[in-house]
Design a protein around this ligand. Structure first.
Ligand code: IPE
Ligand code: IPE
Ligand code: MG
Ligand code: MG
Ligand code: MG
Length: 292
């Protein structure tokens, strides 16, 4: 990771963590305490804050001004949507995972009912934050990225095809929806809040889609090659559950090649921005080398 990207992520993490902790998440002491505690538990378990980092990087690239409350609210919302999707993804009825971000998954700590509701609570609180940004197009983009043509759709097909042979097209459908969509809309959202024109929104959305797709291929690769210590989640779990993954369907080497190709296509979309796209360029490279 470049120094500039490291610095960007550190600043974004600090800002987002403080806003989530002190302003946007209900206090753990507020009734009903169980669900509020559980929401905070998963938000503060050491995530990379990749989606907020992308919101801010796209916002900066498109000429956004520092200290804009709307972009902070939107960046926190993207992290909350992500955490919501992780809590539900880990449930026994989906992936049945025990470990997330280096500790017990939400339902392992609080039980299934609380985990289900904590996920719902995060999702709905995140929409409240998006509404604060006051842009209906933004709300529509995000709703599409989360719904049956986005995260929900990808998770559905991922779940119902466990243990079955699927085509490359179906696998690509899963990956671009369950993970690609929220990453792409994070980039798009930053650009939109900075007032970028339609053509720029489209170009950056394509960057985000390629990047998000590569991000999930690498997630699949790390489930094979990574360690639980590095990842903070169980490894080998995809094969154990009969998940359809990139390494499983096309092999490890081909998976790496495809991830590289997607990243280079993502970077190609940034070309006309030149040096100004330094952070988004570095982020694309980081996706290929990340170990967690
Ligand atoms: C993990 O996302 C799940 C996928 C969508 C592939 P991240 O790798 O961004 O997880 P955290 O937020 O750092 O825990
Ligand atoms: C990502 O898929 C799930 C979502 C984006 C909801 P995985 O199931 O592969 O994510 P991990 O490996 O549990 O983080
Ligand atoms: Mg899953
Ligand atoms: Mg999972
Ligand atoms: Mg995975």
């Amino acid at each position: 990771m470049t120094e500039a990207l490291k610095q960007h992520i550190a600043v974004v993490s600090q800002t987002v963590d403080a806003a989530l902790r002190d302003r946007f998440l209900p206090p753990g002491t507020e009734m009903p305490t169980s669900v509020h505690e559980a929401m905070r538990y998963s938000c503060f378990a050491g995530g990379k804050r990749a989606r907020p980092a992308l919101v801010f990087a796209a916002y900066d690239l498109c000429g956004g001004t520092a200290g804009d409350e709307r972009v902070l609210a939107a960046a926190c919302a993207m992290e909350m949507f992500h955490v919501f999707s992780m809590i539900h993804d880990d449930l026994p009825c989906i992936d049945d995972s025990d470990l997330r971000r280096g500790r017990a998954t939400n339902h392992r700590e609080y039980g299934e009912a609380v985990a289900l509701l904590a996920g719902d609570g995060l999702c709905l609180k995140a929409f409240e934050l998006l509404a604060m940004a006051g842009d209906m197009e933004l709300v529509r983009d995000v709703t599409n990225a989360l719904g049956t043509d986005g995260v929900v759709g990808g998770e559905m097909v991922d779940t119902e095809t466990e243990g079955k042979q699927i085509s490359r097209d179906t696998l690509d459908f899963i990956h671009t929806r369950k993970t690609g969509a929220l990453i792409a809309v994070s980039v798009r959202c930053g650009a939109r809040l900075a007032g970028a024109p339609e053509e720029t929104l489209d170009r950056l959305s394509r960057y985000g889609s390629d990047l998000g797709f590569a991000f999930q291929i690498v997630d699949d690769i790390l489930d094979v090659e990574g360690t639980a210590e590095e990842l903070g989640k169980d490894v080998g779990s995809d094969a154990a559950r009969g998940k359809n993954t990139y390494p499983g369907v096309v092999g490890l080497e081909e998976s790496k090649r495809e991830a590289r190709e997607l990243v280079s296509s993502a970077k190609e979309r940034l070309r006309s921005f030149g040096e100004r796209a330094e952070i988004l360029n570095a982020f694309a490279d980081y996706v290929l080398t990340r170990r967690n």
